[in-house]
Each structure stands twice: as C-alpha cells, then as structure tokens.
Design a protein around this ligand. Sequence first.
Ligand SMILES: *Cc1c(COP(=O)(O)O)cnc(C)c1O
Length: 478
Amino acid sequence: MKPDDFRAWGYRLVDWIAEYLEHVERYPVLPAVQPGDIRAQLPREPPQHPEPFDQIFADFQKYILPGITHWQSPNFFAFFPANNSYPSILGELLAAGLGVQGMLWQTSPACTELETHVLDWLVDLLGLPEKFASRSTGGGVIQDTASSATLCAVLAAREQASRGFSNANGVVPRFTAYASTEAHSSVEKAWRIAGLGSAALRRIPVDDRLALRPEALEAAIRTDRQAGWIPCFVCATVGTTSTLAHDPLRPIGEIARRYGLWLHVDAAMAGTAAIWPEFRYLHDGLELADSYCFNPHKWMGVNLDCDCFFVADRQALIRALSVLPEYLRNPASESGQVIDYRDWQIPLGRRFRALKLWFVLRSFGAEGLRTLVRRHVALARLFTDWLASDPRFELAAPVSLNLVCFRLRADDATNQTFLHRLNASGRLYLTHTRVRERFTLRLCIGNLRTQEHHLRAAWQLLQQTADQLLSSPPRSLQ
Ligand SMILES: *Cc1c(COP(=O)(O)O)cnc(C)c1O
C-alpha cells in the first residue's frame, strides 16, 4: 500500500466508521449465523499475491460484517458494555500510527509518562485513596483486562506472603485465597495460573443483597489457619458481574489487615460510577486495599482493552514481576528515576493505550463522564419502575446502578424461552445469569447511544413477548 492509498483508504474508513456508528441500530444486534458460516465463505488458501484494498474491504462488508455482534448498538443490553467513543477510536488510530512499544521508559518516554499521568488523574477524578497515586507509594498501570490485573495482584500477594520464596523456589502449596460465591471467574483463573489450585480458593457465602459476609470470611480464615493453611489473598468485588452487588470493603479490609492478607478490589464495571461523589459509598474502606482495578473499557467510553490497575505499594508489585536480562539494561532504568511498566504486568511488550484514555478524559471532561453515568443510572431506575408496574414481572436483585436483573413470575424454562424469543427478534440483546439458582434476565444500560426511546422500545418488546408467551399453552402441549 502506497502512502496515497493509505490516505485515501484512511479517510474512507473513518467515513465508514462514523456512518456505521451513527446508524448502528439498523443492524440486528445479534447476527443470524450458525457456527462455521463465516469461515465457509473464506478461501482456504492464504493469498500468495498482493490484493487491492478495495477488494479486501469489499470482502469485509460481504463476509465479515454479517457475522458481527453489534456491541455499539443502543439496543445492546447484554453482559456489560464494551464502549468505544470517537476520541477513543482516534486514540487507537494514533497509537497504531506511532507503532510504539512502551515496555521501558527508554523505549518511548511519553508513552510511560502519559500513562502515569492519566492514572494519577483517575485517582483524583474517582476520589481513590492517595496511596494509589504515583506521587505516593503506589501507582497505576494500564492492563489489558481486569483478569490480568487480578492475576498481577495474586502474584504480588503470593510473593509478599512467601517473603520472596515463591519467585526463587516455586509455589508455596499451603496458601489460601478468599472471594465471595459471586466473585468473577477471573479470580479463580488467576489463582490457578499462580499454581495455587482451585481447591485452595474459598468461596465465601453472601447475604441477602448478594454481598460477601465478612463474619463468614473471618471464620473461614480462622478455620484455615488452625488447619495449617496460610491465608494470603482476598478479592472483594464492587459490582459483581451477575448482579452488580457490592461487597462491604471496610469490614473486609479490617479482616485482611488483622490476618495479614492482601486485599484486591475488583470494580471492573462499577468503578466508573465513583466519578459521581454520591456513588463513592461503593468505595468506602478502599484505603484498606492493597490493589484495585476498574475497566474504562466497560463504562467510560474507552475502547477495549483498557483496565486501570492501582497498587498501594509499587515495590511489592515490581518485586513479584521484575526479571532483568542484560539486553534491557539502560541508564534511565538504572537511575531509579523512571517507571518501567514491563515490571508492572505479565507481558514484556505494551501498546500506547494511555493515548485513548487521555483523549477520552479530555474530550468528555469529568462533567461529560458524569452525565453519561447519571443518564444510564436514571434509565435503569426508569426501567425498574416499569417492571414494578407490571405484575407479570419481578425484580431478582437490588438495582444499585445501571443493571436490572429480573424475570417473569414463571418457571425457569418459561424465562429461558422468553429470553430466546427476545434475542431472536434481532431488536435487542439481553443475557442471563442465575440468582440463587434461578434463571434470571439481565438488562444492562451502558451504551453511549442508548436513549430513553430505545429502552421504551425494549420494554414494549418485552411486554408483547410476555403476552404471547403467557397466553400460549405450555411448551409440552405445543
Ligand atoms: C467484566 C468483569 C471482569 C473481567 O473483565 P476483563 O477485563 O474482561 O478481564 C472481572 N470482574 C468483574 C467484576 C467484571 O464485571
């Protein structure tokens, strides 16, 4: 591709993206494809000769686009959102254009310093404890995902609890970790990858609001200690994936302190809400945590991947993850005056992800982000009111932010059919969970483009589908 072709295609693609995003609701949210449909249309052999880009792009439109799930659709209410936004897309484009590999300060000073700077900004914007700022003992780093952040936290906790033994000699088999039964699967995955075994992860029961019960945590730690285990790590969740339940950080933090455990707080989705002081109660007690993460790529308009991971003691993290080969030695690192983010993450190489975050923070401003969060929370409350007005529906969990968990007052099979019919319409996308074993629908409002009229249309579709489902005979008679 020649520079002029790049220019021409660059302009065309930007036009195409803007057109796509402005009219994304034209598409069915879920594509109507079966497994293997996409690959069956692609040539089996890789190309031997250069192909013109107009042919390549035509094939994208013909073969790939029909297989896309439209995450940016205002009618996407599934999982948690993965928002993009125009400034973030431009940040991704610019990072691709610069093609920087920011493993060390030396390998691109601005890549490192901008990252440190915007993560310090986030400490201020979200009212996070001062110790998470780089001007204090800690600091922040952008990870690809919350899963990686939690893994880094586990590795730092393991190294700290073993006083250096685990890096030098291998895994200490008697470490235990704690998280509620509602915690994300990434906690178990991290514990497994760290070589500590799923069986040593204790799932602590929750209360009637689906929050971890601190007294059950303390009892489990005491029982384990008496049996010769070494309790080492606890993960509290602010905004669980299933229902956005939040664990009480203060009592959990006090227990972690008392028994010498590393407390990691996973606020992947809900952390963004702290941009509003009125939601900071979710973070009450966070000053007792050793590490914290949230995902701007969920609810802050920053393209995936962007997880912000903060530690209270950066040395504890670096001790766990730093290995220095000769070919990476350089004067700046040896001066001790710079941050080398390769020591704060699993991989060596890293993209310039701070650009998109910087672009978003500046383009929206704190005010713009507050408006976004406020709007989504208000829409979730509106939807909750509609549900309450229709006796065929019930709420399945308390609604604290922008996620509503609900079901028809009917058995699991009926609710499953209900969800299937809704999604098959192509007009929206919802997913499900189980709340206390029962099949439950989740509606999460987190898309930049979702307006009240989209939600109203969704509610009408829910009501019509419920009409049809509840008036038709049970499935066994059909
Ligand atoms: C989404 C989510 C995760 C996983 O996020 P990734 O960034 O995809 O790893 C972890 N924890 C919670 C609470 C989540 O909601």
